[in-house]
Write a protein that binds this ligand. Sequence first.
Ligand SMILES: O=C(O)C[C@H]1C=CC(=O)O1
Ligand SMILES: [Mn+2]
Length: 371
Amino acid sequence: MSITIESLACWLVDIPTIRPHKLSMATMGCQTLTIVRMQCANGITGWGEATTIGGLSYGAESPEAIKSAIETYLAPLLCGQTFSGPAALADKMNAHVKGNTFAKSALETAFLDAQGKALGLPVSSLLGGALTTRLPVLWTLASGDTQKDIEEGQRLLAEGRHDTFKLKIGARGLDVDIRHALAIKAALGDEVSIRVDVNQAWDLTTAIKGMTQLQDGGIDLVEQPIPLWDRQGLIALSQRFAVPILADEAVSTSHDGYALASGGFTGAYALKIAKAGGPVQALKLAQVAQAAGVALYGGTMLEGTLGSVASLHAWSTVRMQWGTEMFGPLLLKDDIVVRPLDFSHGQVTLPQGPGLGVDIDEEKLRYYARK
Ligand SMILES: O=C(O)C[C@H]1C=CC(=O)O1
Ligand SMILES: [Mn+2]
C-alpha cells in the first residue's frame, strides 16, 4: 500500500540512565533519543527513533546531526512524496543523501510504522513475518566497578530477569580488565553466559593476549576487540581462537558483511538498525551472514522503546544464534511510550498491534524534549 508523507517533525529527547554506563570510549549518564513523527495522508502517523552512544564517541552522527540531517535535507526530500514501500523510500534517500544511516533508520522506522498501521499489520509482517513473539535479551554490566557489577548480576539472576550478561571492557589496562571479567564469571557461575565488548580498544597484540585469557576463563564471546578498520586482524583472530568473535563496529551494512565473510571471517555479526539505515537495511546484512554461515546477534545502540521495538520486529524474522541485547529501555529512568515492554525470564515480548505496536505518550515527549 502506497503511503504519502505530508510532514515530518523531530525532537531531541534527553532521558537520564539508571546508573552511569561505562564503555571503553564514553560514560553515559543520559541517553538522547532523536524522535521522528511522520504525518501521512489519511490521518496516519508513523513514529521513529535514532540513538547513538556518547555524542560522537561511538559513530559519525551525533543526535544533533541526525536531527539536522532530517530537518534540513531529508524532510524536504520526502514530504509530499508517495512511496509504495520501504524499498522506494530507501532508494530516494540513498539517491540524494550519502551515509547518515542513523537518520535514515529513524525515517525507515517511521515509514514502516505508518505502513503497518495503514495495512493493519505489525511491522514484522512487512519484514517477512515473525518466527517468534518472545526474544532473548541479555543485560550489560557496566557500572565500572567489579563488585557492583557482581551484585547487579546476582540481583537480576535472582529476579529471573536475565540469564546472560555482557561486560564492557577496554577502558582500563589489560590485566585489570581480565581480572574484572574473570571475577564476574567466577561469581555468577558456569551456567551463566558472560560475553565481553571491547569496543575497538585493543591493538592486535593486546587482543591475542586478552583473548587467550578470556578463552581460558570461560568467556563465551568477544565483541569487536580491535579497531573497525582492521578487517584482516579481525579475520585472523576469528580463525585463531575457539572463542567466537562478534563483529560490531566493523560491520554496518551488507557490504561490510560480505567483505568480512569473503575474507574468511568466522563468528557472528551484531545487527543494528542505526548502522545499516533501518530495519529493512539491517536484514540485508542478516541475509549476507546467513548465506556465508556467519551467526547473528540482535544489537542495540541503547535505544528507547521505539527504536528497540523497531529492531525487535526485524530480529523476530531471523534466527538469532546469539540472541539479542535489546535492553535499552531498562537502562533509562523513563521513556515516552504509554506501555513499557514486557521483559521477563531473559526475554522480551514483541508488541502485536498494527505498525510498531507502540503508543507515544505525547505529554512525556513534550516534557523530556530539549527546549
Ligand atoms: O555494543 C555496543 O557497543 C553498544 C551497546 C550495546 C550494549 C551496551 O551496553 O552498549
Ligand atoms: Mn558493541
